[in-house]
Design a protein around this ligand. Structure first.
Ligand code: NAG
Ligand code: NAG
Ligand code: NAG
Ligand code: NAG
Ligand code: NAG
Ligand code: NAG
Length: 260
């Protein structure tokens, strides 16, 4: 008899512990709707897990969980609508593989100001929906990993993100873009905005940017570049905004600004 009680107790505990109780979530968080969006504001609610379910929504969902305390980000609940997710300042240390598999139309994921390291991020963490025994790429367009503890990128980090247009890697301590990082970045053929600000980069290796032919905006401010990288030549077709401020650049030559 005692044994059964204990087992039942443990079962309930773990069933409750996995997800944040989400019934009546709009009593705990702030929910409001505009014509095209359902906005769920759960900023600073001391959540330690993701929700078990989204509140009912029949339009685009914006879910803001900034300033919670979620050490492992778990699989997010199912939505068939376009979804933008903010999990910045959440003390996130690791990701459950497939966090995005149930948010088929996820557009934006903000994971800035967390504690993610290179070892804790991987391509499989971001894989897309599972249909007919196969994983599809995620629809993700905007990924913010700024101000984490990432020093190099896993080679296959972006393999499930072929639609990525906007990547923020500011404030992570990339002093060089090593072979794996170069390889990861070269898979982002649709990338339009790349933010490498505040990283201590001393050069911009050509192989890191050679494939970024659609890039329109590049932020290299607050690094340690002491010359204008001539590898920017690879980007001259579409680059519109280049921020090189706050680098110890001492010499400009006639090639410095892409011949423009
Ligand atoms: C979830 O919260 C609701 C009230 O907000 C409560 O009635 C319900 O019992 C809770 N469920 C669990 C499993 O704790
Ligand atoms: C969307 O859901 C709301 C209730 O949340 C409902 O009033 C409305 O009729 C629904 N709209 C459509 C198009 O289904
Ligand atoms: C956040 O959660 C961790 C355990 O996961 C705990 O040790 C820490 O005290 C929590 N921090 C805050 C500010 O609640
Ligand atoms: C999402 O769409 C699938 C297939 O169209 C459907 O089976 C599922 O119930 C939908 N989920 C939600 C939460 O609406
Ligand atoms: C770079 O782009 C070329 C041509 O689009 C492609 O064949 C190659 O696989 C890309 N490199 C990487 C590492 O994805
Ligand atoms: C790059 O990221 C930093 C930190 O998030 C931000 O302050 C800066 O405005 C970003 N640059 C651009 C061009 O968006």
């Amino acid at each position: 008899m005692k044994l059964i009680v204990i087992i039942t107790f443990i079962y309930l505990c773990s069933a409750d512990g996995v997800f944040q109780n989400s019934s009546h979530i709009c009593d705990t968080c702030n929910c409001h709707e505009t014509e095209n969006e359902f906005i769920l504001n759960c900023v600073d609610k001391r959540f330690t897990h993701v929700l078990a379910d989204w509140p009912h929504h029949n339009k685009s969902l914006i879910a803001d969980f900034s300033y919670n305390n979620i050490s492992t980000l778990e699989k997010l609940p199912t939505s068939n609508y376009s979804v933008r997710l903010m999990f910045d300042h959440c003390n996130i240390k690791s990701l459950e593989p497939g966090i995005l598999v149930n948010v088929v139309k996820v557009e934006l994921l903000d994971l800035s100001y967390n504690l993610l390291t290179t070892e804790k991020i991987d391509g499989i963490d971001f894989k897309g929906p599972y249909v007919k025994e196969k994983y599809f790429p995620t629809a993700l367009k905007h990924l913010n990993l700024a101000y984490n503890l990432i020093h190099t990128l896993p080679e296959k980090l972006f393999e499930s993100m072929p639609h990525l247009e906007d990547l923020n890697l500011a404030g992570n301590g990339f002093s060089v873009l090593d072979f794996n990082s170069q390889h990861a970045l070269s898979s982002l053929s649709k990338l339009k905005r790349l933010n490498l600000s505040n990283n201590g980069l001393t050069e911009l290796v050509g192989d890191a940017v050679r494939n970024l032919t659609d890039l329109e905006e590049l932020d290299l401010s607050y690094n340690k570049l002491d010359f204008v990288p001539n590898t920017l030549d690879y980007l001259k077709k579409n680059l519109k905004v280049l921020d090189l401020s706050n680098n110890p650049i001492y010499k400009l030559n006639d090639k410095s600004f892409l011949g423009k």
